[in-house]
Design a protein. Structure first.
Length: 176
């Protein structure tokens, strides 16, 4: 009887330990929604973009870690989910990512269009004049975000788009 109880107890402890480790690995989805980075003292998660046209994505925060893949799109928006020294753990809109050296990242804000032929409006109003339409997957620079709209620039066009139709800004984020 004692042996059965201790085995069950160990199984429960092991399961709790695994669950706790998974929660830590998942970052803000399971932990606090907003934290402060230990290195930069800036909020985590936060969005940045690729400064370089190519960047190695590693399994861990050092050059000795294996390269899992290479990001090959300049200005691609990425979400920083962790910091370690000169390294940032990032993920793209599909949740894929890893560790990237901070020198490959820029504070320039960009978004990826998530709706095909997304209308850019002259003002932040769905009834405002449409000045352009952006295709699904286009990367646009974002210079301002209000509660529900962001001001985008792409291909020589400038206009407002609904925040819910782009990836690269947080839902509650407001800036200018």
């Amino acid at each position: 009887m004692f042996r059965t109880i201790s085995v069950k107890f160990l199984a429960v402890v092991l399961a709790a330990s695994v669950l706790f480790t998974l929660c830590l690995a998942q970052g803000p989805a399971f932990a606090d929604e907003s934290r402060i980075g230990q290195v930069t003292k800036r909020p985590i998660p936060r969005f940045v973009s690729m400064k370089a046209s190519e960047g190695n994505v590693r399994r861990g925060p050092s050059l000795s870690h294996r390269i899992d893949w290479v990001f090959k799109r300049r200005d691609m928006p990425l979400r920083i989910t962790a910091e370690h020294g000169h390294w940032r753990r990032v993920e793209d809109r599909d949740g894929m990512g890893g560790w990237v050296h901070y020198s490959l990242l820029s504070g320039t804000r960009t978004v990826i269009i998530e709706k095909d032929m997304l209308s850019l409006h002259a003002s932040p109003d769905a009834r405002a004049q449409v000045v352009a339409a952006l295709e699904l997957g286009v990367v646009a620079r974002v210079s301002e975000c209000q509660a529900e709209w962001c001001l985008l620039r792409s291909g020589g066009y400038k206009g407002w788009a609904p925040k819910a139709r782009v990836w690269g800004v947080q839902a509650a984020e407001i800036f200018d």
